[in-house]
Design a protein around this ligand. Sequence first.
Ligand SMILES: *Cc1c(COP(=O)(O)O)cnc(C)c1O
Length: 464
Amino acid sequence: MNILLNQPPTADIQALDAAHHMHPFTANAELAAKGARVITRARGVWLTDSDGNRILDGMAGLWCVNIGYGREELAEVAARQMRELPYYNTFFQTTHVPAAALAARLAELAPGDLNHVFFASGGSEANDTNIRLVRLYWALKGKPEKTVIISRRNAYHGSTVGAASLGGMAPMHAQGGLPIPGVVHIGQPDWWSEGGDMTPDEFGRARARELEEKIAELGEDRVAAFIAEPVQGAGGVIIPPESYWPEIQRICDAHDILLIADEVITGFGRTGNWFGSQTFGIRPDIMTVAKGLSSGYAPIGGSIVSDEVAEVIGQAEFVHGYTYSGHPVAAAVALENLRIMEEEGIVEHVREVAGPHLARRWAELAEHPLVGEAKSVGLMASVALTPDKASRAPFAAEKGTVGYICREISFAEGLVMRHVGDRMIIAPPLVITPDEIDTLVERAWRVFDLTLAKITAEGLMRAA
Ligand SMILES: *Cc1c(COP(=O)(O)O)cnc(C)c1O
């Protein structure tokens, strides 16, 4: 019997899962005792679980299902490509139509002179590629000491050893002796938590200048690159003050440092332009892409690099590559995804319809007694939960206690929101309609009501 075609009872699936499946970013013993939620199908912005509950997916899976669930065209293209050429590599002076066509399409879409693509299976692999790329670039330019990459605390760049080192997640660094040598971190532009008495603009400039201070400390001749997400995603949807990015761009230009924009979340329409770099006026030398590139229908990512970087790298053999670099099925799916996004004006929908509607409705949440700031850009948004709006105080309870309670209530109320510490975040599929945004915000308000009632009863509504 084919288990995929004959869905067993929920408890049976949970038992198989608990016995054999190790989940990412999960305390597995605790989950095994409780039983994982089983998602069985999805259409548009709606998930269905194995008990038939419908849940509004406020996170587009893991920030990736930009085009929404259930697009037949993508299934068709994948099946056709699997029949025609399911796999071939791009190592030994060979190529195939999907990889060549997707690279050309990305060169067309990416801003400025970002015209060359090195493919990977996801964002982590692409950022590992970037570490090697920028070091080889400087070596080939006769500056082999330029190896250090500067990143930011609370950044997320993936989960491989290299990418997690680039990231600034303290709990990840605590396991397995990260970061690797040659990666250093400066502060993040999170005004709500760390801005103190400064205005957001003063704080944005101050945090950008930490980059200049770090370059001075290390010596310009040792620094290869700065990497950052235009908007930190997994760090809690931290939208930087307006003063931040212009100052970062100035510093990278002034000190001959490559700028890597990690667009894994902000790419492909999320902020109302094809890339977050366009929304924030950034001119990167390298862009990391993944997630929305295929709307999550197939695993694919890559590094899109400038003419200049590609020309320098091209002088040597770049001794690097993945079996699935430019995988034909994934590349074909990505191409079809980009075709649909363009034909249906999905980026314009985010910029002109859904983004502005979410901005209006999401801002209303700031009036809820549990919510401090409520901010959005395009279709990514966050709120800071707080026991005291005026002082922006954190909770007395361990960070994330209230956020976790809120997330569990949210799931039970039919809305996927994620918590990062005590921030609640959303990034729904880009095809979400204004009516569905209204449903999302109404559910979020009710979730905050229920959370406030619960934490008040448990004595958790107290400032640190
Ligand atoms: C998800 C993510 C990654 C890692 O991508 P994977 O496909 O999970 O390897 C890298 N950077 C950012 C900004 C991400 O959000």
